[in-house]
Design a protein around this ligand. Structure first.
Ligand SMILES: NC(=O)c1ccc[n+]([C@@H]2O[C@H](COP(=O)([O-])OP(=O)(O)OC[C@H]3O[C@@H](n4cnc5c(N)ncnc54)[C@H](OP(=O)(O)O)[C@@H]3O)[C@@H](O)[C@H]2O)c1
Length: 226
């Protein structure tokens, strides 16, 4: 069993990862500013701000796996990449592995094709900052991080998020940086967490961008697509 720290462990993606990790018997710590609405027994919930490097260092120290389930939204939008770099630096210093919850738009529709993020003309402008900030982490920041950092960036299918929670099917499809469902697909938080924990436990991906898809999207809300 591993010691796993989930940054943003009370959010949409983070709470599902915390639940799956705890159910598998891992020792889980979650960091967020607010307490969880439905705490999971056995999970250590720490309240703090990731922009506070000392608070970040305290929850990362001694852990084996760091999960970043933070989102480039609200007050975290502007400092998101800087916070991500601090997370990467502290994770490497702790000798831990870093797994990040990413976005769909950093994927490619086909091998060798441009990533979706290179053409956001069909996506509402309000979502562009979140999409580009998140994608820059896997396109620019992680590949240029020191070799000591072992990272895996896990993009979900296009239809993923609190606006479309979905049910647990108990399965998923895993791909590299080419979308397993290029024409629109969905994955629920519990199925994404299933694949996410399988990746952590296998530990066989290193400095890699992967994606998890599942079913056809029952209802694709294009205006909400991050
Ligand atoms: N289809 C897609 O591509 C898609 C869809 C949805 C999400 N995503 C990606 O998935 C990731 C997670 O998104 P999400 O929807 O799960 O986010 P979310 O529900 O908003 O959760 C964010 C988490 O981070 C915590 N947090 C926010 N600011 C913090 C701070 N300053 N210090 C400490 N904790 C903080 C929040 O708790 P507090 O507010 O209490 O601090 C919460 O636990 C993002 O990278 C997002 O882009 C992708």
């Amino acid at each position: 069993m591993a010691r796993i720290t989930v940054l943003g462990g009370t959010g949409y993606a983070g709470s599902a990862i915390v639940a799956e990790a705890a159910a598998r018997g891992h020792e889980v710590t979650s960091l967020s500013r607010s307490p969880p609405s439905q705490p999971i027994p056995g999970v250590r919930y720490v309240q703090g701000d990731v922009a506070d490097v000392e608070a970040l260092a305290r929850v990362i120290e001694g852990t084996e796996v760091v999960v970043s389930a933070l989102a480039p939204r609200g007050p975290l939008a502007a400092p998101f990449r800087e916070v991500s770099r601090a997370v990467a630096r502290l994770t490497a210093a702790a000798g831990a592995r870093l797994y990040l919850v990413g976005g769909f738009s950093s994927l490619r529709p086909a091998p060798g094709a441009d990533r979706y993020v290179s053409d956001l003309s069909g996506v509402p402008a309000a979502l562009h900052p979140e999409i580009t900030q998140g994608a820059a982490v896997v396109i620019e920041d992680l590949p240029s991080a020191p070799e000591a950092l072992d990272w895996v960036f896990v993009s979900p299918a296009a239809a993923f998020g609190a606006y479309q929670p979905g049910e647990r099917l108990g399965r998923y499809r895993l791909g590299d940086d080419v979308a397993v469902q290029p024409d629109g697909g969905a994955i629920s938080a519990p199925d994404y967490a299933l694949g996410f924990l399988d990746l952590i436990e296998a530990g066989d991906r290193h400095r890699a961008h992967v994606n998890l898809g599942n079913s056809r999207a029952p209802r694709l809300v294009t205006t909400d697509l991050p």
